[in-house]
Write a protein that binds this ligand. Structure first.
Ligand code: NAD
Length: 497
């Protein structure tokens, strides 16, 4: 596996070339070193990429492919990713400081996503609907055209794949804009897709700022849909821009997910799941279980055990196999996390563990932050309302079902929820009552590409994954075909008929 960074070119409109926008530096925050500097895309690059994409999308060489032939492209891309897991994982770990263990898993899931949407495409039937006359009615699905995919820095290869795979399977072209902090892995995906033989121009990757590249993409008249994963403020801005064009937009946004621990739970299962739910990926996860509600009857025994387990987590370098919690993505992001912890303390929060950078000299250069637990805060406090996107958990007691449903739902987000209890009917009841796109019962942060994912409220609009994930990138068309062979009687024509 090569551990070199490639040159500074990006894939625009079917060719590798230097972008005409501002340079973009990729940094390895775990060691505070620069990885490489790319030439970012400009607005002119956006225009080139979209024009070429529209041409490639409309080309019969792509349009006339049968479903199984288009699926073959996705299978080849999946194989290309699977054959290059180590390289992709290394690049993504250098770009984001995530552990290699995690980035290997993300790359593996990206391969599975392409394979899955190839299979969905091959097995998706068009339906004959029920007619009310002497005609046949069919509902068919056509591609949208050119899709813009805009992704965040936290899990780029996986979030790229969740958009690019269904969009290509559906017969579209895709222009992908990765986040400025993590441009490299999307360019590796571009290389793999090119090597897999996708027709030139169907896929471009345009690293660049949201303000220049993102805004131009979204406003471009030939972009037919924007599929976005990122923060709620950006999502709201994109939804307004999409409204101007009456363009569909899919928004996977932030979260402030509740985890609920009932007195009747298996406490060891719960502790392991809570640790994974908030501290894996150093908490830089949209579905992080960042508000923890513990039933008062076990609060005083449960919380000290959770704190002890948190102190035992291994904080370390992302390339060290035993590391559980790595560096944050960027020193600026760590400063934001620190600001939130300070706000929690100012509102009366008590730090039970963490609340500081680790003392370890080996980690001093990186953007590390110790896994942190606070208590003594109300669910209305600022750090219970706003997404921190870091390794910070707030723990609060609750009395009974009604109390915890009210507290958990008293938040503008609606992404995920965890429930720990041995009482299955109760867990089901609570899960149905909580506003969240995903509920985990006695587990957390598990994913299947076959299971729809998305959020409600400030967590977004629409669902990705699952069989319907393909339909999200198509337009539906109903076709009526006469079977009678008779002229319409209203016309009374031909006159002697
Ligand atoms: P962000 O909103 O700052 O950026 C996301 C992407 O949008 C980046 O590519 C960015 O350059 C681009 N962008 C920014 N301004 C834009 C504009 N005006 N027009 C077009 N594009 C623009 O988010 P981030 O900091 O990169 O990522 C963290 C956020 O992503 C968190 O809120 C997290 O919860 C969310 N997220 C959600 C999910 C989910 O599936 N719900 C998954 C992962 C991350």
């Amino acid at each position: 596996m090569s551990q070199e960074f490639r040159d500074d070119r990006i894939l625009v409109a079917g060719e590798w070339r230097k972008g005409r926008g501002a340079p973009i530096a990729s940094r390895f925050a775990a060691e505070d070193v620069e990885n490489t500097v790319l030439t970012g895309a400009s607005e002119a690059d956006v225009d080139d990429a979209v024009a070429r994409a529209a041409q490639a999308q409309a080309d019969p060489a792509w349009q006339m492919l049968k479903a199984h032939e288009r699926a073959a492209h996705l299978y080849r891309i999946a194989e290309g990713i699977a054959a290059d897991i180590e390289r992709i994982a290394w690049v993504q770990s250098r770009d984001t400081s995530k552990t290699l263990t995690e980035t290997r898993a993300l790359a593996t899931s990206a391969a599975a996503t392409f394979r899955y949407f190839g299979a969905v495409l091959e097995t998706s039937d068009e339906v004959l609907t029920v007619p009310r006359g002497d005609y046949q009615t069919t509902s068919v699905h056509d591609p949208l055209g050119v899709v813009a995919a805009i992704t965040p820095w936290n899990s780029p290869i996986a979030s790229d794949a969740q958009k690019v795979a269904p969009a290509l399977a559906a017969g579209n072209a895709v222009v992908l804009k990765p986040a400025s902090w993590s441009p490299l892995v999307s360019l590796e995906l571009a290389r793999i897709i090119e090597e897999a033989g996708l027709p030139a121009g169907l896929f471009s990757v345009l690293p660049g700022s949201g303000r220049a590249v993102g805004n131009r993409l979204v406003a471009h008249p030939d972009i037919a849909k924007v599929s976005f994963t990122g923060g709620t403020a950006t999502g709201r801005h994109l939804a307004k821009a999409a409204a101007e064009k009456l363009m569909p937009v899919a928004l996977e946004l932030g979260g402030k997910s509740p985890t609920i621990v009932f007195a009747d739970c298996d406490t060891d299962l719960a502790i392991a799941g809570i640790l994974f739910g908030i501290f894996s990926s150093s908490g830089q996860s949209c579905i992080a279980g960042s508000r923890l509600f513990v039933q008062r009857a076990i609060y005083d025994s449960f919380v000290p055990r959770l704190v002890a387990a948190t102190r035992a987590l291994r904080l370390g370098h992302p390339f060290e196999p035993s590391t559980q919690v790595s560096s944050l993505v960027h020193p600026d992001h760590r400063s934001e996390v620190e600001g939130y912890v300070a706000a929690g303390i100012a509102e009366g929060g008590r730090v039970l563990t963490g609340g500081a950078r680790p003392g370890d000299a080996d980690l001093a250069r990186g953007a590390y932050y110790a896994p942190t637990i606070l208590e003594g805060l109300d669910n209305a406090s600022r750090i219970c309302r706003e997404e921190i996107f870091g390794p910070v958990l707030v723990v609060m007691p609750f009395e009974d079902e009604a109390d915890v449903i009210a507290q958990a739902n008293d938040n503008s987000y609606g992404l995920a929820c965890g429930i720990w209890s041995r009482d299955y009917p109760k867990s089901w009841r609570i899960g149905r009552a909580i506003r969240a796109g995903t509920v985990w019962i006695n587990t957390y942060k598990q994913f299947s590409i076959a299971t729809p994912f998305g959020g409600d409220g400030d967590s977004g609009i629409g669902r990705e994954k699952g069989r319907a994930g393909l339909r999200a990138y198509q337009r539906q068309k109903s076709v009526y075909t006469d079977l009678s062979g008779r002229p319409h009687p209203w016309a009374r024509w031909p006159a002697d008929g």
